[in-house]
Design a protein around this ligand. Structure first.
Ligand code: OAD
Length: 242
């Protein structure tokens, strides 16, 4: 059986990582997404953007995968598991998942904004969040930026192609902790449904996917994911999945 997981910021919420859109705690309630997460924002004030991403890099480094990440990794003992994530954290990998496709890049990779070469140098420490910090310079004189996808930028092609294949061949798609509004990523569950593949949504709040998903569970990730494989036959009304 192939299980494909499609995760968003909500899967990491119980690890202590703020989501983007949750009112009050969401990252986008504290900063202007376009200013901090776009190429124009980077060109206008790279120091602010660099400080924000470096702080998130260290913040995520300090938290731990939760029961949802750990359960998804354990599913590899029972199924062919592929993880498509919109998250730029590394919590799926740290939990032990082997096949993880980062649609929006990673806060643990850095590259030059001019020549695109990978940056492997030391990062400056950041014990406290600061508002502004000069990014390192590449030998080509470009600036080092996080290897994440900003508004208006294309998704990394290899991750997108692997994600399409992972959805195409899935027996079940488990969608965890995403508001399902950011495209093209949000189109993946629609693709699965169009193929007749069962889509299970896990989210304490309703989303645009909730009405069309095969099953939509109003539960948190760390509550619902650990027992999900055992619940699947009952949820889908089938004795056995392929
Ligand atoms: P959002 O912040 O838009 O949505 C997070 C979702 O997680 C919401 O629907 C919450 O209800 C849900 N949630 C919160 N706590 C949860 C929990 N404990 N268990 C399960 N679900 C929970 O985050 P994403 O959907 O990931 O893009 O956002 C998509 C993209 O928008 C991000 O990748 C980012 C952002 O702009 C880029 O940076 C390119």
């Amino acid at each position: 059986m192939q299980v494909t997981v499609f995760s968003g910021a909500g899967i990491s919420a119980e690890s202590g990582v703020p989501t983007f859109r949750d009112v009050d705690t969401g990252l986008w309630s504290k900063v202007d997404p376009y200013e901090i997460s776009s190429e124009q924002g980077w060109l206008d004030h790279p120091d602010r953007v660099w400080a924000w991403y470096l702080w998130r890099h260290y913040m995520i480094d300090a938290v731990q995968p939760n029961d949802a990440h750990l359960a998804v990794a354990e599913w590899e003992d029972y199924a062919d598991v592929h993880v498509i994530t919109q998250n730029v954290d590394n919590l799926h990998e740290r939990a032990g998942s082997k096949r993880v496709y980062h649609l929006h890049g990673s806060l643990f990779e850095f590259r030059c904004d001019a020549c695109h070469s990978r940056f492997e140098g030391d990062l400056p420490p950041m014990p406290e969040p600061v508002e502004s910090l000069e990014p390192p310079h590449c030998p080509c004189s470009g600036l080092i930026r996080p290897n994440v996808v900003w508004f208006g930028e294309a998704l990394p092609d290899a991750a997108w192609q692997r994600s399409l294949a992972a959805v195409t061949f899935a027996d079940v798609l488990v969608v965890v902790g995403t508001s399902s509004i950011v495209y093209p990523a949000a189109g993946l569950p629609e693709l699965a449904l169009a193929k007749g593949t069962a889509v299970i949504e896990i989210n304490p709040e309703r989303t645009p996917l909730s009405d069309v998903a095969t099953v939509s569970l109003r539960e948190s990730a760390a509550t619902a994911v650990p027992g999900l494989l055992q619940r699947l036959p009952a949820l889908l009304g089938r004795d056995q999945l392929a």
